[in-house]
Design a protein around this ligand. Structure first.
Ligand SMILES: C[S@@+](CC[C@H](N)C(=O)[O-])C[C@H]1O[C@@H](n2cnc3c(N)ncnc32)[C@H](O)[C@@H]1O
Length: 490
C-alpha cells in the first residue's frame, strides 16, 4: 500500500498529536527525513506506508519508570524543590554472580539490568567475592521473565536462576527529570520537560498549568542537565519584528549572553535580544556548502551571522544585513570573534532598503564577473514578500544574461501543498512565474500544520532589469549605514 507523500506527512502529526512523547516525536522526525528524501530528488509522489510499521507504539514508552518509583505523596504539589523528600526505598530483583563471569553476563543481560542515573548496578556481597547484579523490576518480575537467550547465558556461566530481593534507596539524584516532575505536578497533567539548549541556557515553553511550578521545573532542568546554568520560559510567541522571544528566567543565573558552536563556528549573542534557532544548523550548513571560494553572499536577514560567517570562512565575500541593532552589534562581534571581519561588510537596514541600496550598488560589477552571487533571505514569515525589491532593481542598459544572482528565500506555509504555495507567493512578489524554474527544499516542520520551506531560483533578468515592473512608489534611498566590521569596536 502506498499513499501520496504529502498526505502522509500531513496525516502523521494528526494521528499522533494526542499521544506525542519524546520517543514518538523522534520518530516523527525520522518520518520527516524519509519524507524529505522521498520528496526532494524529483518530488516523488508516493511514500511507502510500510515505514509506519517501524513507528514505536507511544504507549509502550509511557509509565515504565513509574513502576519502579512511586513517589512519596508529600512531594505532590511541591513548588520549592526539596530534594530529600524524593528519597524512597524500592525493592528490585538481583542475581548473585561469581566475579569471574560478571562482565560477560552483564553484556548478555544488558537489556534487563537496572539502569538509573547515578546508580551502580553491581554491588559487593559482604564476606565473599560474588557480586550482586541489580535488575530492572519492570523487565524482570520472576525467573520466567528472562528471554531464552538470557536464560541460556545464565546457564552457560553457571549462574543459578534464583532471584534475590534487594532493598534499594532511590534518591532525587537517581530520578530523571520527568519522573520528578510527574511526581510533583497534579496527576494526569502533561509533564513535558523538553527544552531547547542555547549555550548555558535552556529555554522552555511552559503550559498554563505548569506556571505555578516554574521555579521548581527550572531547578530540576538545571540539576539534571550538566552545563545548563539558566532556564528561561518563553512568554510570547515569536511575532516580534526582530524574531526574538520575550523570556523570563525561571531558575539560575540571569546571564543571557550565550556562547554556542554551530558547524565548527563560535557565536556569542544576547539570547533575549536576537534571533537564534539551534534547529537551523543543518540548513545553514546546506546553503554554505553550495558556495565556492570567491563567490559573493548577500545576506538580507543575517541575524548574528550563521550564514554570513561560515560563508566568509569558506572564502566568500559577504554583505550581511539585519534591522535589529542588537543583531547587527552581535553580527559584528561574531565576525571579529571568527576573524572574518575583512570578508564581511555589515549593514543595519530594513531588508528592502538593503536590496535597493547596497545590493543595487554592488550587483552591476558582480554580474560582469564569473563568480556566483547568492542572495540569502531567511525571514520565513515575510521574506517572500520582500522579493518585490528586486523588481526593476537595475537599469536596462546593464542587461546581461549570465551570472544572475541565485536567491534562497525562506517561507512558512500552512497549506496542503507547501511547495506550490511558496512558489506561487514568490512568483507573485516577483511579478514573474517561477514555476519550473526553481527548486524547493523542505527545511523543517515547525508544527503539525506549518512547514518552513526554501525556494531557490536565479532571478530572471525580466525581473531584475524590466523597468516597467519597477516599483512605482517613491522610495527614498536610505543613507547607507555600512561598515566593515574591522572599523568598529564593540
Ligand atoms: C529568522 S531570523 C534569521 C537570522 C539568521 N539568518 C539565521 O538563519 O538564524 C530573521 C532576522 O531578520 C531580522 N529582520 C526582521 N525584520 C527585518 C527587516 N525588515 N529587515 C532586515 N532584517 C529584519 C531579524 O532581526 C532577524 O535577525
Amino acid at each position: 500500500m502506498r499513499c501520496p507523500a504529502e498526505a502522509m506527512w500531513r496525516i502523521l502529526p494528526r494521528i499522533f498529536s494526542l499521544q506525542l512523547n519524546k520517543n514518538s516525536v523522534k520518530s516523527l522526525y525520522q518520518y520527516r527525513r524519509l519524507y524529505i528524501t522521498a520528496l526532494q530528488p524529483d518530488r516523488a509522489s508516493t511514500f511507502p506506508v510500510s515505514v509506519l510499521k517501524k513507528m514505536p507504539d507511544p504507549q509502550q514508552h509511557s509509565g515504565i519508570e513509574t513502576n519502579l518509583y512511586t513517589p512519596p505523596p508529600e512531594v505532590s504539589g511541591m513548588t520549592i524543590l526539596d530534594r530529600e523528600a524524593f528519597t524512597q526505598t524500592v525493592v528490585v530483583p538481583a542475581l548473585r554472580v561469581p566475579k569471574e563471569v560478571l562482565n560477560k553476563l552483564v553484556k548478555s543481560l544488558k537489556k534487563v539490568t537496572l539502569q538509573r542515573p547515578g546508580m551502580r548496578r553491581v554491588l559487593e556481597v559482604e564476606g565473599c567475592d560474588d557480586k550482586l547484579l541489580l535488575l530492572d523490576p519492570v523487565s524482570i518480575s520472576s525467573t520466567s521473565s528472562f528471554s531464552d537467550a538470557e536464560s541460556e547465558a545464565l546457564q552457560s556461566f553457571g549462574v543459578p536462576l534464583e532471584l534475590q530481593q534487594y532493598e534499594l534507596q532511590l534518591t532525587y539524584d537517581n530520578l530523571k527529570s520527568e519522573e520528578v516532575l510527574r511526581a510533583v505536578l497534579p496527576e494526569g497533567q502533561d509533564v513535558t520537560s523538553g527544552f531547547s539548549r542555547v549555550g548555558h541556557i535552556a529555554h522552555m515553553n511552559l503550559r498554563e498549568h505548569q506556571l505555578p511550578y516554574k521555579q521548581l521545573i527550572g531547578q530540576v532542568i538545571m540539576d539534571k542537565n550538566p552545563g545548563v546554568t539558566c532556564v528561561v520560559n518563553k512568554t510570547n510567541t515569536i511575532d516580534s519584528t526582530y524574531r526574538n522571544f520575550k523570556m523570563e528566567v525561571m531558575a539560575g543565573e540571569e546571564n543571557m549572553v550565550a556562547k554556542v558552536r554551530e558547524n565548527a563556528v563560535t557565536y556569542e549573542f544576547d539570547f533575549s535580544r536576537v534571533y537564534w534557532n539551534p534547529r537551523l544548523s543543518t540548513e545553514h550548513e546546506r546553503v554554505v556548502a553550495l558556495l565556492k571560494r570567491g563567490d559573493t553572499v548577500l545576506d538580507v536577514f543575517a541575524g548574528v551571522g550563521p550564514f554570513a560567517i561560515p560563508a566568509a570562512r569558506r572564502g566568500s565575500t559577504v554583505l550581511a544585513n539585519d534591522l535589529n541593532p542588537e543583531s547587527y552589534r552581535w553580527l559584528n562581534h561574531n565576525c571579529k570573534l571568527n576573524k572574518v571581519e575583512r570578508k564581511v561588510t555589515t549593514f543595519n537596514l530594513d531588508g528592502r532598503a538593503f536590496i535597493r541600496s547596497a545590493v543595487k550598488q554592488e550587483l552591476p560589477a558582480l554580474l560582469k564577473g564569473t563568480a556566483s552571487v547568492h542572495v540569502v533571505m531567511n525571514l520565513p514569515a515575510l521574506a517572500l514578500e520582500f522579493l518585490d525589491a528586486f523588481r526593476g532593481l537595475l537599469d536596462q542598459e546593464l542587461s546581461c544574461d549570465e551570472n544572475l544572482p541565485l536567491v534562497h528565500c525562506y517561507g512558512f506555509s500552512n497549506k496542503d501543498d507547501p511547495q506550490r504555495d511558496v512558489v506561487e507567493r514568490a512568483s507573485a512578489s516577483l511579478g514573474f512565474s517561477l514555476e519550473g524554474q526553481c527548486s524547493v527544499h523542505l527545511v523543517r516542520n515547525v508544527s503539525p500544520n506549518k512547514e518552513m520551506m526554501c525556494v531557490s531560483f536565479t532571478i530572471p533578468k525580466e525581473v531584475l532589469f524590466n523597468s516597467e515592473s519597477k516599483q512605482t512608489e517613491n522610495i527614498e534611498e536610505p543613507a547607507l549605514k555600512r561598515q566593515k566590521c574591522e572599523e568598529k569596536t564593540d
